[in-house]
Design a protein around this ligand. Sequence first.
Ligand code: PEP
Length: 255
Amino acid sequence: MAPRTMVAGNWKMNLGPAEAADFARDLTLPPSIRSEVALFPPALSLAALREELGEGPEVALGVQNVHWETSGAYTGELSVAMAAEAGATFVLVGHSERRHIFGEDDDDASRKVEAVLRGGLTPVLCVGETLEERKRGELSGVILRQLEAVLASGEVEDRITTEARLVVAYEPVWAIGTGETATPADASEAHRILRERLVSRLGDTVGQGVPILYGGSVKPDNAGDLLSAPDVNGVLVGGASLDPTSFARIVAQGG
Ligand code: PEP
C-alpha cells in the first residue's frame, strides 16, 4: 500500500526558541490535511515549538541529529532518549550537510539508525549523490550504497520489518540550498531505484510502505509537481520551511 504523504521541514541552524514560538503562532495549516507534517527545528527550539503548537498530533517534531550512544562523555551530542523526552518522534540521519561538512560516513549513519530504532523513534535516512557522482553515472550506486549501509545491520532489518518505522529522503546534494531542483522525472527515477531495493530487502508490504521523500530546493511553486510525481511520497523542505506561510502552502499541496 502506498504510504501516507509526508511534508517535513528541516530548519537546520535557524530559528531559536523565541523565533520557533513565533513560527508556531503564525502557522495556519489547511483544515483536514491528510499528510503527515513534521518539523525538525534546532534541538534547543524543540520545547518552545512543542509548547506553542500544542500537544495535538497535527505537527510531529524531530531532531536533526543524535549520537548512537545512550549517555556519556560525548560533548555537544544528544541521545535518542533526550530527543524523545523533549517531544521528538523523528530523527534525521545522514543529512548531506552532516556527511559533507561534518564528515559523517555510512557507518555513522548505520549506528545512528540502529540507535534511533532501538530508542523507539523513526529515522529519516537521507541519501543522495553529488553533482560529480551524478555526472559519472553513479546515481544508483551511491544511493543504494547509502541505503544498504543501514539495512546491512541485522537489528535494523529486523526492527524495520517488524515495526515498520523508516522514512527515506532522496536529497541530491547538488539541489540542496542551491535553488537547483531535480525535475519530477529525476526524483521519480531515484525513488524507483530506492523502492525496488526496499521491496527486495524488506518484502512487499514493508518495502512498499516506507515513505520516500524528495528534498532539494522545494518551494511552494514546485512542490505540487514534485508531490504528484510517480513514486514521490512527500518532501523534505529546507529554506522554504522557515517561513510559516510558505511551509503551509507546501503542506496544502500534499493533500
Ligand atoms: C534540506 O536541508 O534537507 C533541504 C532540502 O534544503 P533546501 O530545501 O533549502 O534545499
